[in-house]
Ligand binder design. Structure first.
Ligand code: GLA
Ligand code: ZN
Length: 690
């Protein structure tokens, strides 16, 4: 049975699944009937939480130092009277016009060194002392006034932090950051390998952030700038949080992340937020095979759960119907809204929240989907689906706070990603790191195998199987950690283009894959990049330990390796490296390390990973055959398991289950041996330890 994995609810004021949306009543102050109607509709939609105050700065502080909280008092008091709760936002995502006009330094300077004009949002400098003062003042006021308000259950910090600023303040902060990191210019010059092209820095003041018309080819510097941007954003977040925590110590804080946004290393935020939250906007119904996208969003959910070691997260935003910013803003077909929301819950979300509650009347998001349309009442398809889903979420009290402890992890490291995407060669037409992560995840999703998504700094010892595609960069100690993991019995899978550089993006000397050479039992001498139209093949050896047979197609990248203790289980078929090893297995200590030297095409990853899973007895969520497009995920509390069966196909699918093993959590009836999942349907099964 599962290990105990429960966490307290996000707020003890409401130990239930949270359901709600971003809500901007300040847009409707001149239409007082709208707010009253909203309260009625929120209850009808089975909503219990709203995110308020995001982008409300101009209404909260209409003039410098003049505050108006009357409207927000009314909103929150009315929520409290009606049993509704709120995540209260800090307004730093957008600033009032008076501020930009009086203090231009709050506006962002782009990498071309031109300061932006006032406008849009997320257009501020994280370093500007004025901006920091102003946010401290408004956050303090919010915390003093609402920190103990009965309706407020948490802080929504800013909105989707992102981007960078290249102003003088930020340049100076970058230089200070570097001085702290590198005690001397000598160390900096070594780490950045600046002798190359005469880039040696002889005074700290010569350092400038990357610029299209200036320095942008020093990979170590680009990497440090990205690290700095994450740290500076985090420092700004901490500054926001400090102002709040002085007056509301107990309220949890979160900030909404964006999918797999490359600009910020979200792992660094794990200590600063009490709960992880994120915004998910899958483009459903684009591909015929919906399961590819479904698996990608499962992965993104797993990532958010993994950041705080399995702690349930929040689906902070999703659209109840369509967005208005995707290339094509498609409606969700009947069932998909509930399925995609339940998918978040299945992977550990304790909330289903939307952008947005009500469509705004004007400006850029007036046509973005909302629970309440311009039409204004509950008689819409979208409202009815939302309300029904709310009814379902009300039945999931037992699931709140439960989680999962997977035996398998995929290593998807942000810094590695930055380094791979910036390196020049071997394929500037695309190294496709993210795509390789997806390729390795999908077969596990198809089989319903729970997975954590981890980075290089995570504890590896709790997993049985770690899959780490393209581990190009190995930060200090990472190679040794992986070695210890395998030595102690772990199963490790990696690929070509691993162990190439250290944390400064300096190549390992003495043979790739650097610190992993011993663990993998190979030496990689060269890598061949294939043109898009080229192919190769690999042939499996007879009677190999994974029982794989035949041939697989290879494209894009082929590494030329030597065996140094590992056994080859496949060889290249063509080109001048025909007959050289392409897939290896190395027994090391009590564990095994696999190396795929070539980039292969499906069904390789499915066959290869499933064979490893069978051989090493990795547990699936449920021991039954899952039809293609159907997955199973679980959450557990140590005594009960909640199994989520989800059908991402547009046809009904049937599964065979063990007799009298499960009850249906929604109708509390025993689940028959043969379970039918309608098109885009799901079921939540409960299994209790006797
Ligand atoms: C983001 C933002 C929201 C809204 C939505 C629209 O996630 O956080 O304010 O703009 O996109 O999909
Ligand atoms: Zn700046």
């Amino acid at each position: 049975m599962s290990v105990m994995t429960t966490f307290p609810p996000i707020s003890s004021k409401i130990p239930k699944m949270l359901h709600g949306a971003d809500y901007n009543p300040e847009q409707w102050l001149e239409y007082p009937e709208v707010f009253e109607e909203d309260i009625r509709l929120m209850k009808l939609a089975n909503c219990n939480v709203m995110s308020v105050g995001i982008f409300s700065w101009a209404m909260l502080e209409p003039e410098e130092g003049t505050f108006d909280f009357k409207w927000l008092d009314h909103v929150l008091d009315t929520f409290a009277e009606n049993g509704l709760f709120a995540f209260l936002a800090t307004p730093s995502g957008a600033r009032p016009a008076w501020m930009s006009q009086k203090y231009p330094e709050v506006l962002r300077v782009e990498k071309n060194r031109v300061r932006n004009l006032h406008g849009v949002r997320h257009n501020h400098c994280y370093t500007s002392p004025v901006y920091r003062d102003k946010i401290e003042s408004i956050n303090t006021k919010l915390a003093e006034r609402y920190g103990n308000h009965p309706a407020v259950i948490g802080w929504h910090i800013s909105n989707e932090y992102g981007g960078d600023c290249h102003c003088t303040y930020c340049q100076n902060a970058f230089r200070e950051w570097l001085q702290k990191k590198y005690a001397s210019l000598k160390e900096l010059n070594h780490a950045w390998w600046t002798t190359f092209w005469s880039h040696t820095i002889t005074d700290w003041s010569q350092v400038e952030s990357p610029a299209p018309h200036g320095e942008n080819f020093v990979h170590g510097m680009n990497l440090d700038w990205k690290r700095f941007v994450t740290d500076q954003t985090l420092d700004f977040l901490n500054h926001e949080v400090n102002a709040l925590k002085k007056h509301s110590l107990d309220l949890p804080v979160t900030t909404n992340f964006m999918e797999a946004y490359e600009g910020l290393n979200y792992w660094k935020f794990k200590e600063s937020v009490d709960v992880v939250s994120w915004d998910a906007y899958p483009t459903w119904h684009d591909e015929r095979d919906e399961s590819r996208l479904a698996a990608w969003f499962s992965l993104l959910h797993d990532l958010k759960r993994s950041i705080k070691n399995g702690k349930p997260f929040m689906l902070m935003e999703s659209t109840p119907s369509a967005t208005n910013w995707q290339e094509v803003s498609k409606l969700k077909k009947p069932g998909m809204h509930a399925l995609s929301s339940i998918q978040a819950v299945a992977h550990g979300s304790d909330t289903v929240q939307y952008f947005q509650w009500r469509k705004s009347r004007g400006s850029s998001e007036k046509l973005h989907g909302a629970v309440v349309d311009h039409y204004g009442s509950e008689n819409t398809r979208v409202f009815q689906e939302v309300s029904q889903l709310g009814g379902v979420l009300q039945k999931l009290d037992e699931v709140v706070g439960t989680s999962v402890q997977p035996e398998t992890a995929i290593l998807f490291d942000w810094e590695n990603r930055w380094a791979i995407n910036d390196a020049q060669g071997p394929r500037n037409s695309g190294m496709h790191y993210e795509e390789q992560i997806r390729r390795h995840y999908k077969p596990l999703w198809d089989e319903g195998i729970p997975v954590d998504i981890i980075d290089m700094e995570c504890d590896l010892s709790r997993y049985k199987l770690i899959i780490a595609p393209m581990l190009y960069m190995l930060r200090a100690g990472a190679g040794e950690k992986i070695e210890a993991f395998v030595e102690a019995g772990g199963i490790f899978v990696t690929t070509y283009w691993s162990g190439i550089v250290n944390e400064h993006d300096l190549c390992f000397l003495g043979g790739f894959p650097g610190p992993l050479r011993k663990t993998l039992g190979i030496w990689s001498e060269e890598i061949d990049a294939l043109y898009d139209h080229e192919k190769n093949q690999i042939r499996l050896t007879d009677d190999n330990s994974l029982q794989l047979t035949g041939m697989y197609e290879v494209h894009e990248l082929c590494e030329l390796i030597h065996l140094e203790g590992a056994e080859a289980i496949a060889y290249y078929e063509h080109d001048f490296y025909q007959g050289r090893p392409a897939l290896t297995e190395n027994h090391f200590g009590s564990g095994t390390a696999y190396y795929a030297a070539s980039r292969n095409q499906e069904p390789f990853y499915t066959d290869f990973l499933l064979s490893i899973i069978r051989k090493h007895k990795i547990k699936r969520t449920i021991e039954t055959e899952l039809p293609y497009g159907v997955t199973a995920q679980k959450r557990c509390d140590g005594r009960n398991e909640f199994i989520f069966l989800m059908n991402f196909t547009n046809q009904s699918q049937t599964l065979q289950l063990e007799k009298e093993m499960y009850i249906d959590l929604l109708d509390e009836k025993p689940v028959p041996e043969s379970v039918v999942l309608p098109s885009y349907g799901y079921k939540i099964l409960k299994h209790s330890q006797k």
